[in-house]
Design a protein around this ligand. Structure first.
Ligand code: DAV
Length: 381
C-alpha cells in the first residue's frame, strides 16, 4: 500500500523503450476534438473514399463521449495495475491557428499524446509536427510537463525547433489525382508530401529500442528531422526505416511494433525491406508477421487503417493490452505466452489511433540497453 502511495506521489521520468515495465503513463482525452480543414499535409492521410472527405469542424458530441468513456476505462484498468496515469488538459480545439506564416481553421485534439510527445530517457520533447492544425497541440501537456519539471529534478523538458510550415514545407499538388498504385510507388521511392525544407517529425514515427532509434521516413517525418534527432541524441544511433507497402506512411506503431527484447511484430502488408532487416537479424531479433485484423474496416470518421489491431500497449515483458474485438491479434500474443488484457477501444480510434497512440510513456523501469551491439554498415543516419 505504501509503495503504491509513493508511486502515485513521486514523479520519475524515465523510459527507453516500449516494453519494459510501465509505471507511469499519459492517456489522452477526446474533448473538443475537431476534424481539421484540408491543408497540405492532412490531405495526405485522408483516403479518397473516406467518409471524412470534405467534412471539418468539431466531431459529433456523442462520439466524443463514447471515446472518452473508453479512454477512462483504459485509465482505470492501468491504475488498477498500480500504474500512475495522468491526463492532458484539452484546449477548445475549435479555434483557428494563425502564425506569421500560415492560417488554418481549427486545431486537432489531444487523444493521441504519442504523436507529439517523445520520451527518451529522462527527457520528454514535443515534436515538430507537419500538420498545421497540430501546431499548438503540445500546450495540452504543458501543466503536466511543468509538474514533472518541479517534481523530478533530473527531468529534461524539451521542444524541437518549431517548424514554420510555409508552403515550402510541402510539395504542391502532391495529392492531385493520385492513385493507390502511385502512392505505393512514391512510398518506395521516398517521395513524400513533406519536403526537406526544415526538420519535421512526429514522435510516433520514432521507435525507441534502447540505444537505437528507428525512424520511419514517411508523410510526417523527413530526413532533416532524423538529422536533428541524431544531433540531439548524440549517445544514440538513429536509423531510417521505411515500409514500401504502406500507401499512407504515418507513424510506425501500426507497422513495426516491438513486444519484448528480441521480438518485434511487422505488418505483413508493409514488410521491412531486406536491407533494413539485417540489423535485427545480426542481433538475433525475431521479426514476426502480425496477425490479420479482425475488422474489415475502420470505424466511421477514422484516419487510421484496420491495422490499429497491432497498435497494442505493452505493459511489461509478459503483459499486453489489445483492442477487445481483435481476436486474431489476441490469439497470436496468447500463443507467444503473453497475458493479454482485452480493452474495448474502437470508439477512440477516430480521434487519432489505438492503444499505443492514445498513450505516452513517462516512466518505465529499466535503463538504456544496447540491444544491437552488432551494427550493420549503411543503416545509420
Ligand atoms: O495503419 O493507419 C495508424 C497509426 C496512428 N498513429 C495506420 C497507422
Amino acid at each position: 500500500m505504501n509503495e503504491t502511495k509513493d508511486l502515485m506521489s513521486k514523479t520519475v521520468v524515465n523510459s527507453w523503450n516500449d516494453f519494459d515495465s510501465l509505471r507511469h503513463v499519459i492517456v489522452g482525452r477526446a474533448d473538443f476534438t475537431c476534424i481539421p480543414p484540408t491543408e497540405p499535409a492532412t490531405e495526405a492521410k485522408i483516403p479518397e473514399d473516406s467518409d471524412m472527405r470534405g467534412l471539418w469542424g468539431p466531431r459529433p458530441l456523442h462520439t466524443v463521449e463514447a471515446a472518452n468513456r473508453q479512454l477512462d476505462t483504459l485509465t482505470q484498468a492501468l491504475e488498477a495495475k498500480g500504474i500512475r496515469v495522468d491526463r492532458p488538459t484539452p484546449i477548445q480545439w475549435n479555434q483557428a491557428v494563425t502564425t506569421p506564416d500560415f492560417m488554418t481553421g481549427t486545431m486537432f485534439g489531444c487523444m493521441p499524446p504519442r504523436d507529439v510527445l517523445l520520451t527518451v530517457g529522462k527527457e520528454i520533447l514535443s515534436a515538430p509536427m507537419s500538420f498545421r492544425c497540430r501546431y499548438w497541440e503540445y500546450l495540452a501537456y504543458h501543466d503536466l510537463m511543468q509538474r514533472y519539471f518541479d517534481e523530478d529534478p533530473e527531468f529534461r523538458w524539451e521542444q524541437a525547433p518549431r517548424p514554420r510550415l510555409t508552403p515550402d514545407a510541402y510539395q504542391v499538388g502532391y495529392f492531385d489525382e493520385i492513385t493507390l498504385e502511385e502512392r505505393l510507388r512514391r512510398t518506395a521511392a521516398l517521395d513524400f508530401v513533406t519536403t526537406e525544407h526544415e526538420p519535421l517529425f512526429d514522435a510516433a514515427d520514432v521507435l525507441r529500442i534502447g540505444k537505437d532509434l528507428f525512424c520511419q521516413h514517411g508523410l510526417t517525418t523527413n530526413r532533416r528531422g532524423m538529422e536533428w534527432l541524431k544531433r540531439h541524441y548524440p549517445d544514440h544511433r538513429v536509423h531510417a526505416v521505411n515500409f514500401p507497402g504502406d500507401p499512407y506512411p504515418i507513424h510506425i506503431d501500426a507497422t513495426f511494433v516491438p513486444l519484448r527484447p528480441g521480438l518485434v511484430m511487422n505488418n505483413p502488408k508493409r514488410p521491412l525491406p531486406a536491407e533494413q532487416r539485417k540489423i535485427f537479424e545480426a542481433n538475433d531479433w525475431e521479426i514476426i508477421d502480425a496477425a490479420q485484423p479482425a475488422n474489415d474496416k475502420p470505424p466511421p470518421l477514422c484516419y487510421s487503417s484496420v491495422w490499429l489491431s497491432m497498435n497494442v500497449l505493452v505493459v511489461n515483458h509478459q503483459t499486453v493490452i489489445v483492442e477487445a474485438s481483435e481476436v486474431h491479434q489476441m490469439d497470436q500474443l496468447d500463443k507467444l505466452q503473453f497475458e493479454v488484457i482485452p480493452m474495448p477501444f474502437r470508439d477512440a480510434y477516430p480521434f487519432g489511433g489505438g492503444l499505443h497512440c492514445a498513450t505516452a510513456d513517462v516512466f518505465r523501469e529499466g535503463k538504456c540497453e544496447d540491444y544491437f551491439p552488432k551494427q550493420v554498415p549503411g543503416t545509420q543516419i
